[in-house]
Design a protein around this ligand. Structure first.
Ligand code: ATP
Ligand code: MG
Length: 242
């Protein structure tokens, strides 16, 4: 299964959520990948505290005939067990990894891994569209504030023009939920017409250190998470892999 994590607004938690869902899923599924399509300024390698020797750029010569072995050779394994498919470090790749190339990557990931999380960029470029078009499921990350909900509505309208058949594959992942929320989770669902996959509480103070140190918010080995964000993500990973 391939799950794309998208939001039209930056800074809402796509990388932290996609990365930690992948790390949380590893104890339940043996082959889990995190593919970073935020070309040139990824973030996933920082979240995992890695300096990957290989990136998606290394797959370019074989992209349209990609097989499982190519992906497994290129992926860089994190201590958690997650296979990182890191983003290239030059903006030139935005033109090279277009819709067909990303579609080929997604299809190969479906074969090579039990679960792949894709950290998509906010920009609706051809590569992003390839990810949204091909993923089995799209989690729209939104924070419970007017600007984020508005950006989500606009992006759903824009994506609607492409006729990608989102209706059956899209749901909401509401992040940073707390009692100061400007918009309730129920209202976000009503305003967007999307079902709620899950919600994650806001707790910047307690996740700041592990996030900055590249540590998983969800510990392996069936241990309980130590933060509200971690335990919410643990429950959501169980649902994803259930
Ligand atoms: N549930 C949460 N509670 C508190 N802070 C959070 C939560 N989720 C994410 N954050 C914080 O929000 C910030 C942005 O998160 P992140 O980098 O994952 O967002 P993003 O959508 O990937 O951003 P970008 O647009 O830069 O790619 C980080 O400092 C992260 O630690
Ligand atoms: Mg990010």
């Amino acid at each position: 299964m391939v799950v794309a994590v998208y939001s039209a607004k930056g800074g809402v938690g796509r990388t932290v959520l996609a990365g930690n869902l992948a790390m949380a899923a590893v104890s339940r599924r043996s082959r889990v990948a995190l593919m970073d399509l935020n070309l040139s300024f990824g973030g996933a390698e920082v979240l995992l505290d890695m300096e990957p020797a290989k990136t998606l750029a290394d797959l370019f010569p074989v992209l349209l005939e990609l097989n499982e072995q190519h992906l497994l050779n290129m992926a860089v394994r994190h201590a958690s067990g997650v296979h990182l498919l890191a983003s290239p470090v030059s903006t030139a790749w935005v033109d090279r990894l277009g819709r067909d190339e990303v579609a080929a990557l997604v299809q190969a990931c479906r074969e090579a891994f039990d679960l792949t999380l894709i950290d998509l960029p906010a920009d609706l470029n051809p590569g992003t569209l390839g990810g949204v078009a091909e993923a089995d499921h799209i989690l729209f990350v939104v924070t419970p504030d007017v600007l984020s909900v508005r950006a989500l509505q606009v992006s759903l309208t824009a994506l609607g023009d492409y006729g990608l058949g989102l209706e059956t594959r899209a749901s909401l992942l509401v992040n940073r939920v707390d009692k100061l929320a400007e918009v309730s989770v129920d209202d976000i669902a009503k305003l967007t017409g999307l079902p709620v996959f899950g919600q994650v509480r806001s707790d910047y103070r307690r996740i700041r250190t592990p996030v900055n140190l590249g540590m998983p918010l969800v510990p392996g080995g069936g241990k309980k998470a130590r933060t509200a964000v971690g335990s919410d993500l643990q429950a959501l990973a169980e649902r994803l892999t259930g």
